[in-house]
Design a binder for this molecule. Sequence first.
Ligand code: GAR
Length: 201
Amino acid sequence: MYKIVVLLSGNGSNLQKIIDEVLSNNIKAEISAVISNRADAIGLQRAKTANIPAVTLEHTHFSDRESFDASLAQIIESYEPDLIVLAGFMRILTAGFVEKFAGKLINIHPSLLPKYKGLHTHKRALENNDKEHGASVHFVTSELDSGQVIIQGVVPIKVDDTEDSLAQRVHQVEYIIYPQAIKWLAQGKQIDLEKPEKIYL
Ligand code: GAR
């Protein structure tokens, strides 16, 4: 069975969609564990409800990034995953960690990369009067939000959009593209990284 470990820091609504797609057998895989760097992450509750091992590893208990990432890597490796899915994991990972899991580590970022790497993506898209915005699923490399894109979801920006209304629309498209990307990887589908797939909401 193809094994997935999910890392998150918060609500985990993307995790929920992935759980739903696994339960409905649309993604043929097992979620072996959900790991959070925050004990209060709602995503941990979602995992427990689905009988998935939920692990907390609080970064505040570590003196530096290297030691946190080393512990995190050890926990992940104990599950022998085929894929590590960052689903709202709000930590910058060290180069050593990223290299250890190269090719197996994916992230979802709320922008049409390479636009708006980093934080406050919805605000920046609105400030720039963009006509469209969206989200990207990409392989993680040691450079922030810069790995190769697997799939993007595009949403229109409406004249009366606020950061919140836009964020909600971006979430809707995330719920389509993240399960899709994971499904492809679990199937071993050949993905054209030179010309990533785009879907429009
Ligand atoms: C998602 O919108 C994801 O794109 C974003 O966090 C949110 C998590 O939502 N990720 C990043 O900003 C990573 N830099 P969720 O916890 O409800 O799935």
